[in-house]
Design a protein around this ligand. Structure first.
Ligand code: RIB
Ligand code: CA
Length: 315
């Protein structure tokens, strides 16, 4: 598995699961601007790998901004430092002296078995990989990305933050011809850790479990009136759910549907337009067939993934 992150509260939860799950070999982690600046994302990622007790996993810095749009960070959700301002100690880990796209290419081509790519951020790095080294995709078994929505947005009325942040990159990746699972907002909020479990994690002596608890406390504190997160005091694991979907795909219900990203119109820019129709009509009549069929997660067993998350974090 290779994760592309904009660490970020829930990216941190995702890293904890991926690093700790016995069936996952994290070959690399690549960083991109999104929730926070690229520099802050790199610092946060290294800090989390330290707390997770990760081995010597190569990390590289990638794009400092989207392909076309300006970077727009999300401090209102993730705190000023992108990690709930918890003040974790700086890491002494060193990043690879190469660009994230080079690390992606190196580790994908070096893997003896096809790699699962798990983008949890704006997909700028992944789009650059697709354009610079398309041959590397031959050793990518599947892309399981957190992003998009078949329904309501979060960054805007219709657009999810990662695809909104770099819509052009998302469209490049969705049309790359690799098997793709879209773990979007339709399932993103439905995997939650109950308030009492969060309390237990915060009280844990083990640093990784305690960090997960403190991050989930922050998620609860900023979720506001987000009606898609069920239960008072419960915290959604966000990006970590996409890692669960990569580990245990039976936990999501997916439908193979055409998806395209809105690029031009300001009102819908970044929206993943999911075509639920069973037959073409006016659009196809006008010769527009440019939709990319991908596996869109429309349902998730939240209890199953919450258990997977907690069992893995506290193992
Ligand atoms: O919309 C949620 C996504 O945007 C998550 O990946 C979160 O970390 C932010 O990157
Ligand atoms: Ca993220």
């Amino acid at each position: 598995m290779i994760l592309d992150v904009d660490t970020g509260i829930d990216d941190a939860l995702a890293l904890l699961v991926a690093v700790r799950h016995p069936d996952v070999n994290v070959r690399a982690v690549t960083c991109v601007a999104g929730n926070a600046s690229l520099e802050q994302v790199v610092r946060n990622t290294l800090k989390v790998l330290d707390v997770a007790g990760a081995g010597d996993i190569p990390v590289a810095a990638g794009a400092p901004r989207p392909l076309l749009a300006e970077a727009r960070h999300a401090a209102h959700v993730h705190g000023n430092d992108g990690l709930a301002d918890l003040g974790l100690p700086e890491s002494t880990r060193q990043i690879e002296p190469i660009h994230a796209v080079e690390l992606l290419r190196r580790e994908i081509l070096a893997s003896p078995t096809p790699v699962t790519l798990v983008p949890l951020a704006p997909m700028t790095n992944i789009a650059l990989l697709v354009r610079m080294y398309p041959e590397a995709l031959a050793n990518v078994e599947r892309i399981v990305f957190m992003g998009g929505s078949a329904s309501v947005g979060n960054a805007t009325a219709v657009a999810e933050f990662n695809t909104w942040h770099d819509p052009e990159a998302a469209e490049i990746v969705l049309s790359a011809g690799v098997p793709i699972t879209m773990y979007g907002l339709d399932v993103f909020y439905s995997v939650t850790v109950a308030a009492e479990d969060i309390t237990r994690l915060v009280a844990a002596a083990e640093p990784g479990a305690q960090l997960a608890g403190r991050l989930l406390q922050h998620i609860v504190s900023v979720k506001g009136g987000e009606v898609r997160v069920a239960g008072e005091g419960n915290g959604d694991i966000g990006d970590a759910g996409a890692v669960c979907a990569a580990i245990d795909p039976e936990g999501v219900r997916t439908v193979n549907l055409p998806v395209r990203v809105s690029l031009g119109d300001a009102l819908t820019r970044g929206q993943t337009v999911v075509d639920h129709r069973t037959a073409g009509h006016e659009q196809e009549g006008a010769g527009d067939h440019g939709f990319n069929p991908i596996d869109v997660a429309l349902g998730v067993d939240g209890v199953r993934y919450a258990k997977l998350f907690l069992d893995t974090i506290t193992a």
